[in-house]
Design a protein. Structure first.
Length: 472
């Protein structure tokens, strides 16, 4: 049978109380018994002359009167063990008819003259009364033996009363201890019961609940702290899983939407060719050109999605020393060639070397510059900078365009996200450029962030760990 924690604690407390009371009662009983019997033994040693005188021997000194209890027996035994004289206590030693007498052992232990034997206990003739007995050989009686036996009736009565009192007190103490322990355990386990109720609600799906108490002052409170910390991690894990599933579903939906457009175009132009566009050279050229363009566009889109998936899976990149100054210079030259009407400046006074994939890092800066070119007016200046600070390489691309909407900064690096939904896919892309930037930078152990440019616009900053190696 499996007992509850409350039952085990209650049994443990009651068992300890019983053991403690048993040990205490036995010790008190034995101590009192030894004390009372020791007092009787001292009384017997003190009354030796009185007993000898009562049996007819002359006193060896002043007789000390001893208040022997009723039923005390003094006998004078001959050398052959026969009873020569018997005296009983009745307001002093005298002839008396005793209803209960000690049962003498077959052989008396003492053989010394005038020296009482160590007292010992013998049974009475009624089988219930006990006597404390001693004997000694009295030279004045010609070697006869004097026997003194004191009844232990009063001591037995006192010990029986003590045993009854101990039993009643012990029963009361055990009952009181059990009741008090039950109340204390009930109060002590109340926080655990509350934790159990909250745990049931958490198991039902309410991961925002927390257990009480949660404090470092008590053991249950420390358990509550540990449980709450675990619940926080579980809630965060479930939230992350939910967010990940939501992002995955959105990614699949967006990818399907992006791929559907070129596939629809390809299918439409294929239908045009099948229905007879080949009869018109102009329509035939248009259909072939559009099929090729949409195929290229779809291939680039699939390549970008594949790159993001590989980077998210932690696929290793090519690692070598890369000079960010050279990458920035090439990116600026490319941008000036594409948009000669813009003022595109570069601030990179010295080489900045990092360890990474040259192709992917060029893609990062190229995407950021292209993003500034596409999403700002044609005359808006663009500033590209490369610098170092505290063992960190920093690249930034700042524009002075309209900037980002207030809620766009948190989602700007999500796949297929467009800050301006009205912009067409042809002019604004599929929305994967900044996602690729974020994935590549994270794969290099860095971070990318966007903030408002002083005076208006958006500034994208990339931070990468520096390396001491020079570029090859």
């Amino acid at each position: 049978m499996t007992l509850s924690l409350r039952g085990r604690l209650l049994i443990g407390v009651i068992s300890l109380a019983l053991i403690g009371l048993l040990v205490l009662n036995v010790a008190i009983y034995a101590s009192l018994q030894n004390f009372l019997i020791g007092r009787v033994d001292a009384q017997m040693r003190a009354g030796v002359d009185e007993v000898a005188s009562a049996l007819g021997a002359p006193a060896r000194g002043p007789i000390q009167r001893t208040a022997f209890p009723l039923g005390t027996v003094a006998e004078l035994l001959g050398p052959d063990g026969s009873v020569v004289n018997v005296k009983g206590v009745d307001n002093g030693f005298g002839s008396a008819t005793l209803s209960v007498t000690p049962v003498l052992p077959k052989s008396l232990p003492n053989t010394d003259l005038d020296v009482p034997a160590s007292p010992f206990t013998v049974a009475g003739s009624d089988g219930m009364t006990q006597f404390r007995m001693t004997d000694w050989r009295e030279g004045r009686f010609g070697g006869q033996v004097i026997v003194l036996a004191v009844p232990l009736t009063d001591i037995q009565s006192t010990l029986r009363g003590l045993l009854v009192s101990q039993s009643l007190v012990s029963i009361g103490v055990v009952a009181g201890t059990a009741l008090l322990a039950f109340l204390i355990i009930q109060v002590g386990l109340q926080p655990l019961r509350r934790m159990g109720v909250v745990a049931g609600e958490i198991a039902a799906g309410d991961y925002s609940r927390r257990v009480e108490p949660a404090t470092s002052k008590t053991e249950i409170g420390r358990l509550g702290l540990a449980l709450n910390a675990m619940l926080t991690q579980i809630e965060a894990a479930f939230a992350e899983r939910t967010a990940s599933e939501r992002r995955l579903r959105r990614f699949i939906a967006d990818a399907s939407h992006e791929l559907r457009t070129p596939l629809t175009s390809i299918r439409g132009y294929s239908e045009m060719l099948r229905r007879g566009a080949s009869q018109s050279p102009t329509d035939s050229d248009l259909a072939r050109r559009r099929i090729e363009e949409e195929s290229v566009r779809m291939s680039a889109l699939v390549d970008d999605m594949l790159l993001i998936a590989r980077l998210d899976q932690g696929r290793p990149l090519e690692t070598k020393a890369v000079d960010l100054q050279a990458i920035a210079r090439d990116a600026v030259d490319d941008a000036r060639a594409v948009a000669p009407q813009r003022a595109i400046t570069l601030n990179a006074s010295e080489p900045v070397v990092v360890s990474g994939d040259d192709t992917r890092l060029r893609q990062v800066l190229g995407n950021l510059v292209r993003n500034a070119l596409v999403h700002t007016p044609s005359k808006t200046p663009i500033e590209v900078a490369v610098s170092t600070e505290d063992s960190v390489a920093r690249m930034s691309v700042a524009d002075h365009g309209p900037g980002l909407p207030p809620d766009a900064a948190e989602r700007i690096f999500e796949p297929f996200y467009r800050a301006d939904p009205s912009r067409s896919r042809d002019s604004g892309g599929a929305g994967l450029g900044l996602s690729i930037v974020s994935a590549v930078v994270a794969a290099h152990g860095g971070r990318v962030d966007v903030k408002e440019t002083s005076g208006g616009g958006a500034t994208f900053e990339v931070e990468l760990p520096l390396t001491s190696s020079e570029p090859n």
